[in-house]
Design a protein around this ligand. Structure first.
Ligand SMILES: [Zn+2]
Length: 458
């Protein structure tokens, strides 16, 4: 096609999501292939969908006072359709009907109209700089105005708010819009479902619930690495509001591995331990996971979003058992903390050697568990080394190279939190001595308050 494309990425999350959804509905592979004719065919479909009850209810939070929701508007469906067709005609002639010397807020084309919050979320919340005194809203071109009307198809419900994920990688974004498109088709045939519901109003829980679902339901297609910004907004008449949440690429890479079929169950075990219990009486185990997702803060999710360690959730101090699976813990340390394969294997071997000592000297385990400062941890490793030497082992427990490269690396490139090393070693010890520790009642019960108050900081 020699013609200049009408739609192209703009960097505005609302416009870009709308464009992605237009492309998904029109079944074209890229925005450049979108034509006026293709969009024209989509308009009646879009209007039908938005007047379904479940979708229409959502529109109060997206396009309030528009013909979609305003009971004072006569012939609402037709009015809305006519409006979309008008904007499409402007998009077909982007140099026509332009407002002199004013550029589209989203894409920089010459502006053709002003949109208020009624048709573009937040448009007049911060619009003061863009407009002269007697117009309301912000300047846009017809192409962007129209695209934004498709944007709700790519949203998810998070309590009373709507979530719009923006992926840094275009192909990852495409996976999201394809997933939403499949759900749109379901909506069109059953008319009972509006936007996908995250099942909770809690931002961190919702963010992960959506990403996990996307990964699970897109199994089989390789989703590229990407960071994700989640815009959580409401354009509701009483109090429009937007907040941003950010998921770094490393965390997304880890979640992708955690959602592999062979690790999903292990990941759920870790996630379940992240739910905060409100009181001793209500054990989170009595709530099913959907209820917990809805009602409880989850520290595993919160920590992952705020660059805090979740290593402590991979071990159960109280029961002295590893939680989940070494492959999952390894994936976490590797992807999120950048610990390399060789170092992880070396530390795991060290865990094996320590297990052999602890097998006959249980008090070392207690001391290792209680080491709460780096100095205490070093001291316990020193004692374990002396035990190993006393037992006449032919190699030192920790060689000098292992100490400076794997246990306490001085390399600024390497992640050096000693706590991660401690948790890794405990994970391995619990794994190796699982049956013995279980059978030994004297050692299986430690202070119960420990787990509840346990909070990792670094
Ligand atoms: Zn524009």
């Amino acid at each position: 096609m020699n013609q200049k494309p009408i739609w192209k990425p703009t960097g505005n999350p609302f416009v870009d999501m709308g464009q992605e959804m237009m492309a998904a509905l029109a079944r074209v592979d890229s925005l450049e292939d979108l034509t006026i004719e293709a969009i024209e065919n989509l308009l009646p479909r879009l209007v039908n969908l938005y007047f379904q009850q479940a979708w229409n209810k959502t529109m109060y939070s997206v396009f309030p006072n528009s013909p979609l929701t305003n009971p004072a508007t006569k012939h609402r469906q037709q009015t809305y359709l006519d409006l979309l067709r008008h904007w499409l005609s402007l998009a077909a002639d982007l140099q026509g009907g332009v407002i002199v010397d004013t550029a589209c807020t989203a894409c920089g084309n010459p502006a053709q109209l002003y949109l208020s919050r009624t048709f573009f979320p937040m448009a007049d919340a911060k619009g003061g700089n863009f407009q002269s005194h007697n117009v309301t809203g912000m300047p846009f071109c017809g192409a962007c105005a129209l695209a934004v009307q498709f944007m709700p198809l790519g949203l998810a419900k998070v309590g009373g708010k709507l979530a719009l994920p923006q992926f840094s990688d275009a192909d990852a974004q495409y996976t999201w819009s394809e997933w939403c498109w499949r759900r749109t088709l379901v909506s069109e045939t059953t008319d009972a479902t509006g936007p996908v519901d995250a099942g909770t109003a809690r931002a961190a829980n919702a963010f992960f619930a959506l990403i996990e679902r996307l990964l699970r339901e897109s199994a089989g297609c390789e989703i590229p690495d990407s960071s994700i910004t989640l815009y959580l907004f409401t354009n509701y008449n009483q109090g429009p509001d937007v907040e941003l949440h950010y998921l770094p690429t490393e965390v997304f890479r880890f979640i992708k591995q955690a959602m592999a079929p062979s690790l999903q169950r292990a990941w759920r075990q870790v996630v379940r331990r992240g739910y905060v219990r409100k009181s001793r009486e209500i054990d989170p185990k009595t709530l099913d996971e959907g209820e917990q997702l809805k009602k409880r803060t989850n520290h595993v999710y919160e920590h992952l979003l705020h660059d805090r360690s979740i290593s402590s959730y991979f071990i159960d101090h109280r029961q002295r058992r590893p939680v989940s699976d070494w492959r999952l813990f390894k994936a976490y340390l590797k992807e999120v903390h950048g610990m390399n394969e060789q170092r992880l294997e070396s530390l795991r071997d060290l865990g094996n050697r320590i297990s052999e000592i602890i097998r006959n000297k249980r008090k070392r385990l207690l001391a290792l568990e209680r080491a709460n400062r780096k100095g205490e941890f070093v001291e316990q490793l020193y004692r374990l080394s002396k035990d190993a030497a006393a037992a006449g082992q032919d190699r030192p427990l920790i060689t000098f190279d292992e100490l400076v490269q794997d246990v306490f690396p001085h390399d600024p490139e390497k992640y050096e939190s000693w706590r991660e090393v401690k948790y890794l070693l405990l994970f391995r010890v619990y794994e190796m001595l699982y049956d013995e520790l279980r059978a030994d009642t004297e050692w299986t019960t430690s202070d119960e308050s420990e787990e509840v108050t346990e909070e990792v900081t670094r």
